[in-house]
Ligand binder design. Structure first.
Ligand code: FMN
Ligand code: FE2
Ligand code: FE2
Length: 402
């Protein structure tokens, strides 16, 4: 049975959710699944905006048939060619041989790369600023390169003021009936997952997100339809725009500290616990501590984007870093994290390398301030080194509270 929802007169959400998938991109845990959104406009001409992942293809095809109600499909707009959205193009072309596939040069290059069926007779190429009239509804195309992939486009629907924003403004998490962000308790139930989605999936492309924002600056946007997660409308648009503005400028949302430690036998963990209590005594609130071997890095990365300060603590391991810490730091560097205040703690038993290795990776990030003197302990924290830890706590608390 079809599963569709009329979001505005003659505009329907025809997507669906996957609650079984273990990991997005086979990498990021999905404790609450993920939604793949697709939309259809029924006007003098009919148009679908993006398709969905192969996991929900059967439902998706029946959604399309129901929404069309026997009408022919005129246009299939492809804003993003990543397979979580483009998996159904060939099936749609087979079922609707008259359809025109709307995309740009890069879109068509990628269609050829992903599909063996030659669909070139269906191509309808658009460029920046082109418009396509469906009757009452008119679509305008904006390129948004690298707002996740190079072919990405945003579509602005002029009659209602809807921005179809590809992956932007999306989130992990399946939908539960309520399709609009204003129908759920977003702050407590979804914001953390939206941040984890953005920072890990699109995080590297902050400059491109900012460039796309500039293009949209003059538009009156009444609704944002993303390819994942909830639809934004009304006051919620400025709420999510403000979050995206922080994330894409690598500006912390909050003054506070995330501590990520690696520890085999508990001694490095102990230093971090001591430091956290000292910070609490000095008035620092809302601290986060993560064991890098336990918590998936995507959660730690999301919090590093959220907070102003980070502490990394790791033992020396084979004259380098404990591997999950090495991996976390390198991921953060690739995602382009910058503008953070970083403190370092190392631990070694016979020859120290952790501080040096962490410093080398952190140095590749822009606008990083090292707060306090890096503290290197030998095997376990001893009262003789407490003064150094106090000094580090003083420096971190000053940096957060001032
Ligand atoms: C496989 C392995 C490799 C290690 N390599 C080094 C090393 O190269 N240099 C060193 O000083 N300590 C090395 N250590 C010792 C650790 O640094 C030591 O276990 C750590 O100081 C204790 O911290 P923890 O209790 O938080 O794990 C190694 C330990 C293990 C288990
Ligand atoms: Fe994507
Ligand atoms: Fe996506």
């Amino acid at each position: 049975m079809h599963n569709i929802y009329e979001i505005l007169p003659d505009i329907y959400w025809i997507g669906g959710s996957d609650r079984r998938l273990e990991r997005f991109e086979n990498m990021f845990p999905l404790p609450n699944g993920v939604a793949y959104n697709s939309y259809i406009i029924i006007d003098e001409k009919t148009a679908i905006l993006d398709t969905v992942d192969s996991s929900i293809s059967a439902l998706y095809q029946s959604n399309i048939e129901h929404a069309l109600g026997g009408r022919k499909l005129d246009f299939l707009v492809i804003n993003h060619m990543e397979p979580d959205h483009c998996a159904n193009i060939e099936e749609i072309v087979r079922r609707h041989p008259e359809v025109k596939i709307v995309g740009n040069q890069k879109t068509f290059q990628f269609i050829k790369q992903y599909y063996s069926l030659d669909m070139s007779s269906h191509y309808y190429e658009v460029k920046e600023g082109d418009e396509l009239s469906l009757g009452k509804h008119k679509l305008r195309f904006y390129t948004a390169p690298m707002v996740h992939w190079p072919e990405v486009m945003f579509v602005y629907e002029l009659t209602e003021g809807i921005l179809f924003a590809a992956d932007a403004f999306g989130s992990f998490g399946a939908l539960a009936g309520n399709i609009f962000a204003d129908e759920v308790d977003y702050d407590s139930s979804f914001l953390d997952e939206a941040r984890r989605y953005y920072t890990n999936i699109v995080g590297r492309y902050g400059a491109q997100v900012q460039a796309a924002f500039k293009k949209l600056a003059g538009l009156k946007i009444n609704m944002i339809c993303s390819l994942h997660g909830h639809i934004w409308r009304g006051d919620n648009i400025s709420y999510i725009m403000d979050k995206y503005d922080h994330w894409s400028r690598y500006e912390p949302e909050k003054k506070g500290v995330v501590m990520a430690y690696a520890s085999m036998y508990g001694n490095t963990e102990n230093v971090v616990n001591c430091l956290a209590l000292k910070l609490a005594q000095r008035g620092v609130k809302d601290m986060r501590i993560y064991d890098v071997s336990k918590t998936h890095p995507s959660y730690i990365i999301a919090d590093v984007f959220k907070y102003s300060n980070v502490v990394f603590a790791s033992p020396t391991y084979n004259m380098h870093l404990y591997f999950p810490m090495d991996s976390l730091l390198r991921e953060l560097a690739v995602l382009g994290i910058r503008n953070r205040k970083v403190s370092l703690i190392g631990n070694h038993t016979w020859a120290s390398a952790a501080i040096k290795s962490m410093t080398e990776i952190v140095k590749t990030m822009k606008d990083i301030e090292i707060v306090g003197n890096p503290l290197d302990i030998t095997s376990s924290l001893k009262p003789e080194q407490e003064a150094e830890l106090d000094a580090l706590a003083d420096a971190i608390s000053r940096s957060i509270l001032n």
